[in-house]
Ligand binder design. Structure first.
Ligand code: PGA
Length: 258
């Protein structure tokens, strides 16, 4: 198996640090067993400091395959920006990845493609890997048009070299487990979306080597249906990443993919 990437997006959960430590502890204990999986856990900001201690003290300060991600980043530096968290603050806690463009932020919070673009540039500038999430809102939307639009705006002004340092997740909003009547995309359709993303990137940047993931109701029972495809480098897991046993199960299933 080539290295696969499993990203846990905890969103605004859990409510307490005790619970966060418990879920995180279980996740890194499982992750450590599977060297070929890169596990990136994205907890809320307020838990980063304590959880960083668990990652970095785990293996004599040598995190091997488990990484800390943030769920957001400010596009500017320190200064008069009430409520924002710039890259240099995140870096102190060993944050190596950041989710950018999640549909919660695009549609519930109202983040524009222009802001997403600035955040990607800020992350790249601080050597934090952006995990850019793109995808259509409704199943009936013209998917390719949405992807062309989001990718061209979100990646505007970013060089081909930098693009290879970005992970791009196809995450259709209608497939996210917390949406009303949600259903996971079929693996074939998700693969098709990844091929569209690769085609758009190849056309705009003349590069073929972009790492694409799928997100949307991924769980222990279906993760291998997506990740069995070599084009599918990984998965973004929301709800199931908070269920300790299930997340461990997901990592096990992924480790068994040929
Ligand atoms: P889900 O969430 O796995 O609960 O569908 C995925 C996400 O929103 O990133």
């Amino acid at each position: 198996m080539n290295t696969k990437i499993v990203i846990a997006n905890w969103k605004a959960n859990p409510a307490t640090l005790d619970e966060a430590q418990e879920i995180f502890g279980a996740a890194i204990t499982s992750a450590k067993k599977y060297e070929k999986i890169k596990t990136i856990i994205c907890p809320p900001f307020v838990f980063l400091e304590e959880l960083a201690k668990l990652v970095y003290f785990y293996d004599n300060n040598q995190p091997v395959n488990t990484f800390l991600g943030a769920q957001d980043i400010f596009w500017g530096k320190t200064g008069p920006y009430t409520g924002e968290i710039p890259a240099e603050m995140l870096r102190q806690f060993g944050v190596s990845h950041v989710l950018i463009g999640h549909s919660d932020r695009r549609y519930t919070i109202g983040e524009s493609d222009e802001v997403i673009n600035k955040k990607i540039k800020a992350a790249l500038g601080a050597e934090i890997t952006p995990i850019l999430l793109v995808g259509e809102k409704e199943r009936t939307d013209a998917r390719e048009d949405v992807l062309v639009d989001q990718l061209s705006r979100d990646l505007e002004g970013i060089s081909p070299d930098q693009i290879t340092n970005i992970l791009i997740a196809y995450e259709p909003v209608w497939a996210i487990s917390t949406q009303k009547d949600s259903q996971p995309d079929t693996p074939e359709s998700a693969l098709e979306a990844v091929k569209i993303i690769k085609k758009i990137i190849a056309k705009n940047y003349k590069i073929e080597t972009i790492n694409c993931l799928y997100g949307g109701s991924v769980n222990e029972n279906n993760v291998d249906d997506y990740l069995k495809y070599p084009e599918m480098v990984g998965a973004v897991i929301g709800g199931a990443s908070l269920r300790k046993d299930e997340f461990g199960g997901i990592l096990k299933v992924v480790s068994e993919i040929e």
